[in-house]
Design a protein around this ligand. Structure first.
Ligand code: MSP
Length: 633
């Protein structure tokens, strides 16, 4: 094993049943890097996991009638299942509920307390008694609890604090000297100017009110709060402060923490300070990537754009999703995810450029040489040009990977694949095949293309592992590692009937399906929740239609006189005239919103509203058997 090591981490995810493509983004990048470094002979440790403590989980578990652990277990199984479907090759999945992690966090907390870096103080925040939760001012919604909408009060409780302020000068100096710790470097100024320079406030690192957390060993009333628990996973996973810390000795410091931009601050300020306080070296790089968005907005179940990534995998395959996620978004920026764009890229890049190249080359090799070609005997200037590009492939991809520019790395491979397609058009093997005299040239041309495909497949292994494997199977070669990028193979004996790598997908069909799904999702959408008090503000009464006529100026409107009981006769305008005639409407006992503010509708006064159901182009007037004036609630 080589002495080069590479320790790469993703954040540990909050347990969520709704993992979306955004979550897959960090993990796919980490996986591509881990696979790439392994191929390059590094001893890799790739860590991912779950961040399971906190009030929210406790509340959700309670609601489900389960203990927090019972509640999160199936969610974690679901996450692991997703990572498996995405071919994620993590070396360890850490859970913050793992006893080894719990023990490590407790030791870290104790150590920091013993040396005076953690001290007791009091935490002040907005407390919601029924939810037993503290909120910060900015989390409140209209000054109320964001979870239950009830009132909150300003309260204090005992808590422990980490002396961030003490380490501020040391951290500033370190970051200044190690400019490449923060990636992309553009984030350096933001962190230093917005967070460090204004001065760090000590951080609350325990809570008395949160029960679902790691207990503080020296104070039973407290649990460790959020970031000390979560961040410590990067070292607890390696056995830090445990009996066997060989992994820690081998892999720490991390070569790369990959995180979304919203948690970059925690990883470049709080985490380095914890490490400094523990006397440990700091991670070499922290990369804050942008977000995947859908339609420019956040991905979530509530915004109606959520789809389980496994649906994409089922419809298009793992590597289509991996390729799209890894190639589409310039690293560091936000980028839009769309199923249709993914299908378009599959067709244009994976089917047309890659799949087509492999397919036609293999079929020509079979047709003209029964699947067998030998090493080139003569090299033309055109060949040289292609060979030079192929020879540079490896170094150029590596440079992009080292700059963490994954889309850039893929672009280089696809440029080579495109060059090979062009080379086919330039050399026209089908024309060479017509003449026995150019048979030698035909062999050389096909050899160069097959060799090019082999080299590209080696570069693609990290990004699209199963596609690369399929290509090696089709080429029927075992020369599939970086060791074999320098010397051309002696010959190829390709398979007779190659598997089609990527079929073309009908974009119009996908577009129509997506539109139908969106339409359906819109119908299923609900308005924001209201309380019973909100609903009680609406006065519903039975009313009987006495007279009805068409609105003089609007085809769709009926103007009716409706008796809503106790002598109250209202004029109400209703938008049903294209479905119900005035004659049909008269006599019906309908349900009326009786306390709606009067309005003029196309010049006619309307003093209420009739409840009508709607489904596609059918309507249904809600009727009652009760007498006018009866209340509905
Ligand atoms: N538990 C914390 C991390 C603690 S690490 C010591 C957390 N969890 S999270 O589940 O909310 O987010 C995990 C990661 O997923 C973050 O890096 C976040 O940026 C990333 N993403 C969540 N949605 C995303 C997108 N839509 N796009 C890209 N990444 C996204 O934060």
């Amino acid at each position: 094993m080589s002495d080069k090591k590479y320790y790469v981490t993703t954040p540990i995810y909050y347990p969520s049943a709704n993992f979306h493509v955004g979550h897959c983004y960090t993990t796919c990048i980490a996986d591509a890097l881990a696979r790439y470094k392994r191929e390059k002979g590094y001893d890799v440790f790739f860590l991912t996991g779950s961040d399971e403590h906190g009030q929210k989980i406790e509340d959700r578990a309670k609601k489900a009638g389960l203990t927090p652990k019972e509640f999160v277990d199936p969610i974690i199984d679901n996450a692991k299942d997703l990572w498996e479907a995405l071919d994620i090759s993590y070396d360890k999945f850490i859970r913050t509920t793992d006893p080894e992690h719990v023990e490590c966090v407790q030791k870290v907390f104790q150590k920091l307390y013993d040396q005076g870096d953690i001290y007791k103080g009091s935490y002040e925040g907005w407390y919601c008694t029924p939810c037993e939760s503290f909120w910060t001012e900015s989390q409140l919604v209209d000054g109320k609890c964001p979870d239950c909408g009830r009132g909150v009060k300003l309260m204090k409780e005992d808590a422990y604090f980490l002396r961030l302020s003490k380490y501020q000068p040391q951290l500033e100096a370190y970051l200044e000297e190690n400019r490449d710790l923060m990636q992309p470097e553009s984030r350096y100024n933001e962190m230093v100017n917005n967070f460090l320079k204004p001065g760090l406030k000590d951080l609350c690192v325990s809570r008395a009110s949160v029960k679902w957390g790691i207990p503080v060993t020296f104070d039973e009333s407290q649990t460790v709060y959020v970031w000390v628990d979560a961040l410590t996973n990067y070292i607890s996973a390696l056995g830090y402060l445990s009996e066997d810390d060989s992994n820690f000795q081998k892999y720490w410091p991390a070569d790369l923490h990959l995180v979304g931009k919203e948690i970059f601050r925690f990883h470049t300020i709080i985490w380095p300070i914890i490490l400094m306080a523990l006397g440990l070296p700091l991670p070499k790089k922290v990369y804050g990537h942008g977000w995947l968005t859908i339609g420019g907005g956040k991905i979530s179940k509530s915004s109606g754009n959520y789809k389980d990534p496994r649906e994409f995998i089922r419809d298009y395959g793992t590597d289509t999703l991996r390729y799209f996620i890894l190639s589409e978004v310039p690293f560091g920026s936000d980028g839009n995810f769309s199923e249709l764009m993914m299908v378009e890229r599959r067709n244009s890049d994976l089917a047309n450029i890659l799949g087509n190249l492999v397919n036609r080359t293999i079929s020509m090799t079979n047709k003209y040489f029964g699947g067998h070609v030998d090493r080139m005997k003569a090299i033309t200037d055109l060949d040289k040009e292609v060979i030079i590009q192929l020879n540079h492939l490896d170094k150029e991809v590596e440079a992009k990977i080292d700059a963490l520019d994954i889309p850039g790395a893929l672009e280089i491979v696809f440029a080579a694949l495109k060059r090979l397609n062009k080379y086919i058009d330039e050399t026209m093997p089908w024309a060479l095949a017509k003449d026995e005299a150019t048979r030698g040239r035909l062999n050389d041309v096909l050899y160069l293309i097959l060799e090019g495909i082999r080299l590209c497949a080696i570069e693609l292994k990290a990004f699209m592992p199963s596609t690369a494997d399929k290509i090696f199977n089709i080429l029927n070669t075992k020369y599939n590692t970086f060791d074999y990028t320098k010397v051309g193979v002696k010959m190829f004996d390709v398979v007779e009937k190659p598997e089609i790598l990527f079929t073309r997908i009908d974009e119009a069909e996908v577009k129509a399906r997506i539109e139908a799904e969106e339409e359906l999702a819109k119908k299923a959408e609900h308005l924001p929740e209201i309380t019973i008090d909100d609903f009680a503000k609406v006065e519903l009464r039975v009313g009987q239609v006495l007279e009805s006529r068409r609105h003089p100026e609007a085809d769709k409107l009926l103007v009716s006189k409706i008796d809503i009981g106790y002598g109250d006769i209202r004029q109400i305008v209703t938008g049903i005239a294209d479905k119900v005639s005035p004659e049909e409407f008269v006599g019906k006992k309908v349900i009326v919103v009786a306390n709606l503010k009067p309005a003029k509708i196309r010049g006619v006064d309307s003093e209420g509203m009739v409840l009508v159901g709607e489904e596609d182009d059918k309507i249904d007037i809600l009727l009652s058997n009760l007498e006018p004036g009866a209340k509905i609630h």
